[in-house]
Design a protein around this ligand. Structure first.
Ligand code: C5J
Length: 237
């Protein structure tokens, strides 16, 4: 088994085992990221999330070239909101709630334009797309079974937002025994302080939830792995 090491990771070097590693791209959806979408309608500065797109596109390309499993998630709900508990629905700005009409269709509703992933990071054939009703990607989804079936034990974690769905998913994964490396410039928050502290919290106390490194450290480590001509379908891993 050929491995590669992300030497600059905090709190210490992270050894990439290509067959056991998946890249997870969390909620890079139009509703959160694009100007005019749900996120901006709540008063957030979407530039904070848009700047994640170029390094994340490069990281996804590197993972695809190495034949890594790439998993995308989308936060959202059924059109009848039967999977959205009142505790979630009733929070947020009263004029803009999940299921309300927005610039890109009903907000965070499956099948709507705004619910889907931005064009720049669109999944390609063979990649897994997980629709999740919660903040964490493991809650009420098949993610754990998919990872188990694929022999995955390590996750490169990316997406938005750092302190909400990225954090919740990383914590869920950590509790389930996955080693998580959060790629610092490939995760984004509307709030600069949350971005900084959110990343510090991951790798504090000797890596209490995982490791942190930027794409400039992770991409060369992926590129140093032996090239796999095509990503293996999940069922054949
Ligand atoms: C939020 C997310 N922030 N994907 N969702 O509500 O982080």
């Amino acid at each position: 088994m050929t491995t590669s090491t992300v030497d600059a990771a905090v709190p210490g070097p992270f050894t990439l085992i290509p067959e056991k590693t998946a890249l997870i791209v969390i909620d890079m959806q139009r509703d959160f990221i694009l100007p005019g979408g749900f996120g901006e309608s709540l008063g957030n500065d979407v530039d904070m999330l848009l700047k994640v797109v170029p390094p994340l596109a490069d990281l996804i390309a590197a993972a695809r070239s190495a034949g890594m499993l790439v998993i995308h998630t989308r936060e959202g709900h059924e059109p009848d909101l039967s999977d959205c508990p009142p505790a979630k629905l009733n929070r947020g700005a009263p004029s803009r709630r999940i299921g309300d009409p927005g610039k890109f269709g009903r907000i965070l509703i499956r099948g709507e334009y705004g619910h889907d992933i931005i064009d720049e990071l669109a999944p390609i054939e063979g990649e897994v797309v997980i629709d999740k009703p919660g903040k964490g990607a493991f809650y009420a989804t098949d993610l754990q079974q998919i990872l188990t079936d694929a022999g995955i034990t390590q996750l490169l974690v990316t997406g938005v937002t750092t302190e909400v769905c990225v954090h919740t998913t990383t914590r869920e994964a950590n509790d389930r025994g996955y080693e998580c490396l959060v790629v610092s410039d490939c995760v984004g928050s509307y709030f600069p302080d949350f971005q900084r502290v959110g990343l510090e919290m991951i790798c504090a106390q000797g890596g209490i939830f995982g490791w942190v490194a930027d794409s400039a450290a992770v991409i060369p480590a992926i590129a140093a792995l032996p090239v796999s001509p095509e990503p293996a379908p999940v069922s054949q891993r």
